[in-house]
Design a protein around this ligand. Sequence first.
Ligand SMILES: Nc1ncnc2c1ncn2[C@@H]1O[C@H](COP(=O)(O)OP(=O)(O)OP(=O)(O)O)[C@@H](O)[C@H]1O
Length: 330
Amino acid sequence: MNGSAQDQRTAPVPTFQELQERARAVAAGPKAHGADAAIVCDRLVRIFSAQGVEVQALQGLELTIRQGDLVALVGASGSGKSTLLTILAGLDVPTAGTATVAGCDLLEMSPRERLRYRREVVGFIWQQTARNLLPFLTAAENIALPMQLRGGRRSRGAGRQQAARVAELLEALDIGELAGRRPTEMSGGQQQRVAIAVAMANNPPVLLADEPTGELDSETGASIFEAFRTVNRDLGATVVIVTHDPMVAGEVRRTVAIRDGRTSSEVLRRTLTDEHGEESVNETEYVMLDRTGRVQLPAKFLEALGMQHRVAVELAPDHIALRPDDLEGH
Ligand SMILES: Nc1ncnc2c1ncn2[C@@H]1O[C@H](COP(=O)(O)OP(=O)(O)OP(=O)(O)O)[C@@H](O)[C@H]1O
């Protein structure tokens, strides 16, 4: 811009640096609860009725997952993990409560919006390797398919963009040599890595996986987990993995346990570096506190101290102490 044009300006145009500072200030300002979350579930309930019997698979589940997190969901068989995941995937609808994923309200979507949601907002990986890929297509064709189904107005260059995205995903997940192979020509682990690329084809902000390493040996499982880490770190997706695999649960920063259709406890892991540069992993276990003040204590803690029915509770300046009931029978 020349000098005379600058002189004619009435309001000064902010510099790039000023704009950056403003953006930082807005980002650092106060936020509503869950505003920066990828997933927020509030009092989520799912009741199934089968042959006149009602099963409460989710019983008021609360869960917040931040953008960019890599989270494992664990819990006993029948605790409600898959029910939660299928709701988050837009494949099932809760009976009550609210669930929001990447700003989409899962209870309010029209069928058309739900279809778009499943194609563009969440990627999903099933445990059964064969369920994730079409058997008559090669890996590269499987990865291109979600982009073709997304459709919209076909611009010139769309095909080139799709081919570039396929190449990008093949490289990011280190599966370039599988591009021309059909699922029957791949191992289970290779199929799952291709499945992760398929799920990420339309660059969804959230990736969900139900027992993705369930059919694989532990070494192959570790390579699949590495692929999830890549997707989380390099492609920026928030990743939620339902797993029984202790290796997976032990590697993520956050493990959320589900019990009887509710989030019951979680473990947060932080890597600490001491003054000698030695790294150690610090694990802290948390239990959920609901809005009425109820907490569900880990069964192993209760068993260790023989706590049942009633516990003595005492307020200290910085904590609440729970002790076995020493007046039992009174
Ligand atoms: N379609 C359905 N109809 C009836 N009951 C169902 C249905 N889906 C799930 N349930 C019931 O809901 C409860 C939770 O099931 P869910 O599959 O979510 O558990 P899970 O924690 O994923 O178990 P697993 O680890 O064995 O997969 C179980 O009691 C199950 O029998």
